[in-house]
Design a protein around this ligand. Structure first.
Ligand SMILES: [Ca+2]
Ligand SMILES: [Ca+2]
Ligand SMILES: [Ca+2]
Length: 252
């Protein structure tokens, strides 16, 4: 009950009705849940040693430590501080950060309101299995990608494509080209795998619902290079156990 009828006035003179309305408004984002676009906390990648990259998510609930590694023991490069802003719109980023038509933002349920922060990114090269770990576990991972060029990225948990170059997934207009161009990625599922297939210079953002202490994915071809970063919509509540959801894809 958040709209209980007020009967008295507080000692500060603020009518209880006003206090109740304020309280209700404060609760709205929580009640709205996935119906509203979220402000995503993006990874701050901090160290890169060989193919092992570490970073942090600075969430309101506290820091989350992230590690990244892959089975090929190789990456093309990692931007942990400075470098080219590949999260911009248009060829070679000529249109800058236009949030409304960014291939990385979206509106509606689970939508992502903000472009990845800064220039941080991990650029992959080899076909490999890639593993991210999170301490503490995180819920609802956002995964933005750059320049996939015919690659597929395969997950063992449902993923949802929120936005992508050349597509109007959220009904809010066609997303701009990315730094390296455009492509039309799609997500399909088969045999418990959820696969992002990229056509051309695909750039965009996925959302991966669930709670995770680790996340792995595979890339299908060697190509130099294709970049990614991750973000999080919220921290897992203490009683949330890490799970691998299997039936959530059709919710969206
Ligand atoms: Ca950084
Ligand atoms: Ca969009
Ligand atoms: Ca590429």
């Amino acid at each position: 009950m958040i709209c209980e009828k007020p009967r008295t006035t507080s000692s500060t003179g603020t009518p209880n009705l006003l206090r109740a309305v304020r309280k209700s408004l404060a609760l709205l984002p929580l009640l709205a849940g996935p119906a509203a676009a979220l402000e995503v906390t993006w990874a701050d990648w901090m160290t890169a040693k060989g193919a092992e990259v570490t970073g942090s998510l600075s969430t309101p609930e506290g820091p989350v430590r992230i590690t990244y590694s892959n089975s090929a023991n190789s990456i093309s490069f990692a931007q942990v501080q400075g470098g080219t802003d590949f999260w911009t719109n248009g060829p070679s980023g000529r249109d800058g950060r236009r949030s409304g038509t960014s291939p990385y933002t979206s509106v509606g349920p689970g939508g992502n309101a903000n472009i990845p922060t800064g220039t941080d990114m991990i650029a992959l090269n080899y076909k490999a299995t890639h593993v991210l770990t999170f301490d503490p576990p995180i819920s609802n991972i956002y995964f933005s990608f750059v320049s996939l060029n015919g690659n597929t990225i395969s997950f063992d948990t449902p993923v949802r494509l929120l936005s992508a170059t050349g597509q109007d997934i959220d009904g809010n207009g066609t997303d701009d080209r990315g730094f390296w161009g455009a492509g039309d990625p799609t997500v399909t599922s088969e045999d418990g795998r959820y696969v992002l297939t990229a056509n051309g210079e695909a750039h965009g953002t996925l959302m991966i619902p669930g709670t995770f202490s680790s996340l792995s994915f595979t890339t299908s071809i060697t190509e130099n290079w294709h970049g990614f970063t991750i973000g999080v919509g919220r921290i897992a509540p203490p009683d949330d156990k890490p799970t691998v959801p299997t039936q959530e894809l059709r919710r969206f």
